[in-house]
Design a protein around this ligand. Sequence first.
Ligand code: IPE
Ligand code: IPE
Ligand code: MG
Length: 278
Amino acid sequence: MVDWIKEQSGGDKRIQSELRAAGGLPAHIAFIMDGNGRWAQEQGKARVAGHREGIESVRDIVKAASQLGLKNVTLYAFSMENWRRPQAEVNVLMDLLSRYLRSEKKELHANNVRLRAIGKLNALPKKVQRQLFESIETMKDNTGLTLTLALSYSGRWDIVRAIQTIALDVRRGKVSPEDITEESVSSYLLTNSLPEPDLMIRTSGEMRLSNFLLWESAYAEIYITDKFWPEFRRNELYEALRDYQNRERRFGKTSQQIADESRDQSFVQRLLGSIKIP
Ligand code: IPE
Ligand code: IPE
Ligand code: MG
């Protein structure tokens, strides 16, 4: 079985250690994998060819993220709105998903990846559901990269689902309305075990969220590239990470406050570093 660390080239290892050394890698990256159809069109091929090539990008990005030591990657693979596409395209996408799960399961597991899925999963074909749940079960105790597939997913749908459950809990007397907080709302979402995405990457130049992680991405850094998803490979990921590392995340504060905080933090770190425990 392929060991992703063993097969990595020296040059790539060097780039990755530079990225790690620069610090502040995202704890969670969410990808809106867009532009498969347009990529295919540009090559004079059918849209399906774009979806197939897009899977190669998924393989490379997942592998690179795992080698880099990232903890969470979420891939928007199929939106609830995508069910509105021509039936033939939907069938191909479901078939590709099923093939992906079949062909990658062993390798993902061998490389300590934990697979998850979010979305209205019971809308997926039964065969895909079976494969998905089986793979998730096999990998549930892995401790490396958590790879979450958003399938038949809609951010608004998940928020509505959360509100319905909260309302039921209120009716049952488990929750009182005044105790509802941002944290408790988050805990009702399907993403409750994931940190919020620090970085949201969208390919193919579209400047929209398309109903992805609406609540969770409140303070995500957004990176949009003109590259189509089938062209988005590890070097494009590295470029996005460098861009991310150069941003200042202020969360509503001023630039001055952020600078002061990081100075104080490095002072404390230096202080702690200088304390010798006998
Ligand atoms: C992304 O590529 C894949 C899915 C949404 C399933 P698209 O199929 O949306 O490709 P474009 O945006 O039409 O080029
Ligand atoms: C977003 O892509 C959904 C996925 C990447 C799965 P779309 O191609 O469906 O988005 P819109 O419809 O152009 O916004
Ligand atoms: Mg699209």
